[in-house]
Structures are given as structure tokens and as C-alpha cells.
Design a protein around this ligand. Structure first.
Ligand SMILES: [Zn+2]
Length: 257
């Protein structure tokens, strides 16, 4: 079995070589190291070159959007690297609202335009305050306006409702599922999984965050992706090996590998 962790962050917790070898021991063969600002995008680039079967993305997370006036030229340079597979993580986060909404929108817009111009797929983060759909509505609107089309974006760590799931799927989204799917209270995410077409499903750890059961509350690593895969296979009622094949194939397609 070969699993693909489509989204992890390296934050210095363990040497990248160890993370990758432990992942491989647990049948996680492919990794994408995701940037959240210029510094971590650059680090992700370096990590991807030090490992086999590891790629990287460059972008500015909504949490960091307000930190500086981002130099898009510098990001364009990173995109020229042969191990770069996507722009991200980018998006809107109105749950924490660590950056002002206006700034988040502006930065997200800039990266969507860059995606359109360069034809790179986008990894989109979208989170709202509970019972509120403002971020989903705006993310959807911006993607649509920019003409980010079929198969050109993934809504990572999707925890929204069915209405927005259908809207994003109609626009051509891939949907990323994390360890949240194993949390006892996450019945909504298990329902979501049932509604994601097989060919639109991606697996991710979003490590070091969101460790799945039975590691919940501890630092997460790509090697834990199997727990996510097992839960998703159970929900979809298909053999684990088949799910691995489908989701790894999807990841290759999404990232143009
Ligand atoms: Zn992330």
C-alpha cells in the first residue's frame, strides 16, 4: 500500500529525514510539505529537495496574511522550482481572525491571481465562526471570480456543511480529509466523507496539528496518515488498499505528478 500525505507542515519538531523514513515504514510514501509564509515556503522547498518523493507548496496562510506586504515576485520565484506542486496554503480564516478580514481577502486574491496566471493548483484553507458561512461564501466567490476551474483547487481539512461541500464540488474542488474524521464528536465530517466522490478525495495529516485517534492531543506526523485512511475506508465501506490506491492516484492528478 502507498499512501500520500497531501498536506503536512514542518515546524522543526523532528528532522525531515526521520519524519519521511517513519512515514515510509507506515506505508506513507509521498509527502507534500506546505508553506504558510515566505520563510516556511522556502524551508519546505529545501526539505523537498532533501527527500525522495517529497514536494512542496508556497503561499501565505490567512493567519499570517497581516504580517507584511507580501512580495509576490519572491513567491513567483519559488514556483519555478521543479519540486513545487501547488500554491498554498492560502484562504480565509474568520474563526480565529488572526489577520484583519480585509487583509486576508487581499492576500487570498493575490495568490488566486498568481494561480490563474501560472496554472498551479491552490490549497485552500477556509474556516468560519460556528454557524456562520461568511468565509465559505467569500472563498467561493473569489475562486469563481478568478475563474479557478475544475481540479485546480483543494479545500483542505474540510469541516464545513453539505451545502458548501456541493458548491465547492460543483466548482471542481478536491476535498482534503484529516484526522478530525476520527474524533468522536466529528459526526459531520464522517457525513461529509460519504458525500465526497471517490475521484475528488484527498488524505492529509495537516501535521503537526490534528493527530488522529489514538494519538489525539499529541504532535502529529505524516506516519499517522494510516489512521485517517482506515477511518475513511470504513465510512466508504471499501478495502483500505483500494482507498489508498484511489487517493494516491487523486493526489498525483491534483499535483500534476
Ligand atoms: Zn495546514
Amino acid at each position: 500500500m502507498e499512501l500520500f500525505d497531501t498536506h503536512f507542515h514542518w515546524e522543526g519538531h523532528l528532522p525531515p529525514e526521520l519524519i519521511a523514513s517513519e512515514a515510509l515504514d507506515n506505508e506513507v510514501k509521498y509527502l507534500v510539505c506546505v508553506g504558510g509564509d515566505y520563510q516556511t515556503s522556502l524551508e519546505s522547498l529545501k526539505i523537498s529537495h532533501s527527500l525522495e518523493n517529497c514536494y512542496f507548496t508556497a503561499g501565505v496562510h490567512p493567519h499570517s496574511a497581516g504580517n507584511e506586504a507580501w512580495d509576490m515576485e519572491k513567491f513567483s520565484e519559488l514556483l519555478k522550482d521543479d519540486k513545487c506542486v501547488a500554491i498554498g496554503e492560502i484562504g480565509l480564516d474568520y474563526f480565529y481572525e488572526n489577520s484583519e478580514k480585509d487583509v486576508q481577502r487581499k492576500v487570498f486574491n493575490k495568490f488566486c491571481s498568481l494561480g490563474k496566471k501560472t496554472d498551479f493548483p491552490l490549497i485552500v484553507h477556509c474556516r468560519d465562526k460556528d454557524d456562520c458561512c461568511e468565509a465559505y461564501e467569500e472563498v467561493y466567490g473569489i475562486l469563481k471570480n478568478e475563474g479557478i476551474g475544475n481540479g485546480k483547487f483543494a479545500v483542505h481539512c474540510y469541516t464545513g456543511n453539505l451545502f458548501w461541500l456541493e458548491k465547492f464540488l460543483d466548482l471542481g474542488a478536491y476535498i482534503g480529509i484529516t484526522g478530525i474524521v476520527t474524533f468522536p464528536k466529528a459526526e459531520n465530517v464522517r457525513t461529509i466523507v460519504k458525500h465526497i466522490p471517490d475521484d475528488r478525495l484527498l488524505l492529509e495529516t495537516d501535521s503537526p496539528y490534528l493527530a488522529p485517534k489514538p494519538h489525539r492531543g499529541k504532535p502529529n506526523f505524516p506516519k499517522h496518515l494510516k489512521f485517517v485512511a482506515e477511518e475513511v475506508a470504513k465510512i466508504k465501506d471499501i478495502p483500505l488498499e483500494k482507498l489508498a490506491k484511489i487517493t494516491t492516484h487523486n493526489a498525483f492528478k491534483f499535483y500534476n505528478l
